[in-house]
Design a protein around this ligand. Structure first.
Ligand SMILES: [Zn+2]
Length: 312
């Protein structure tokens, strides 16, 4: 059985795992960083952690999941914060000496849900990742849909609020400024006049205990997510949704308000059977997704060459 080197990068964490063909994590290392490291440091870090996690497992192939836009064919990472055209794939391939592939983290999570999760038999579904960033990914007619320039599914930047919070993308009032873990923490601080509010997880725990401010913060986030999902329903008529990510995993606090908002804004006749479920993979969605990615590529060498045209 082959082992795969699976790497997921978020704005605060680097996760490296060895995952086998069955999607089982055999070894796992991670590290936190204050700011996402710049290109050279990022390559150095991934190499260091990858070498340490790989010892004794001999991975044959590697997939790296990163946030924001990825040109999967050229192997380039186009990041809002780190710069455009970073040749992450080729740099890592040289260092690690095995084939490396990169893709957007939410695309990778959707591939994981398709191959190891709850969407195996679904030809059309939308994966929503709600964490410290918010992104989406969609399977249409059983293929991952990437858009003209790999930008499909960037729902975190759908405008929700007039004159809202400034977003790092340059606009204001984006979904991400309302429903991300960072936004939840910030708004809770505002409601409670706390300059050092707790992180989203503690706010979620308080909401479950009946804290009115914590409930209000999650309700506001759920309303924004509901409006976004209603827009996706009215645009694509994809009626199956999977929600994941750190905030998405608190789905019990969001579910009722999301459904109520969707019922208000989405067209009923074509979307009568819409359904949202929590990811069955959990917090390891990106790592397991990387393994699914490696599996597909190892079983079909032509796939990579045509990724941009066809999707996985
Ligand atoms: Zn934005």
């Amino acid at each position: 059985m082959s082992n795969y080197l699976c790497v997921s990068v978020t704005s605060t964490r680097l996760n490296c795992g060895i995952v086998n063909e069955k999607g089982q994590i055999l070894n796992y290392h991670y590290m936190y960083f204050e700011d996402t490291p710049k290109e050279k440091n990022m390559v150095n870090l991934i190499e260091r952690v990858s070498r340490s996690v790989s010892k004794g497992y001999n991975p044959t192939i590697c997939t790296v999941a990163v946030p924001e836009i990825v040109d999967t064919v050229m192997g380039l990472w186009n990041s809002f914060t780190n710069g455009v055209g970073i040749p992450l794939r080729d740099s890592l391939q040289k260092r690690l000496g095995i084939p490396v592939f990169i893709d957007n983290d939410v695309n990778v999570a959707a591939v994981g849900e398709k191959y190891f999760g709850s969407m195996t038999y679904n030809y059309n579904f939308f994966y929503l990742n709600v964490s410290n960033g918010i992104g989406g990914s969609m399977y249409i007619n059983n293929r991952l849909y990437r858009g003209a320039h790999n930008g499909a599914g960037e729902i975190g930047h759908i405008p929700i609020e007039e004159n809202g919070e400034k977003c790092y993308c340059g606009n204001e009032g984006c979904l991400e400024t309302i429903a991300s873990s960072v936004a939840i923490q910030k708004y809770y601080g505002k409601l409670t006049n706390d300059p050092n509010p707790p992180i989203y997880k503690e706010i979620a725990a308080r909401a479950r205990k009946g804290d009115i401010s914590a409930i209000a913060v999650f309700s506001r986030a759920a309303y924004a997510l509901g409006r976004t999902i209603a827009t996706i329903l009215n645009t694509t008529n994809i009626t199956r949704f999977v929600i994941g990510g750190t905030v998405g995993m608190e789905f019990d606090l969001l579910e009722a308000k999301i459904y109520e908002t969707i019922s208000k804004f989405a067209l009923k006749t074509p979307n009568f059977d819409f359904k949202i479920t929590k990811t069955t993979i959990g917090y390891d969605a990106a790592l397991i997704g990387c393994a699914a990615y490696c599996l597909i590529i190892s079983n079909n060498p032509d796939v990579y060459a045509t990724l941009a045209k066809k999707g996985v």
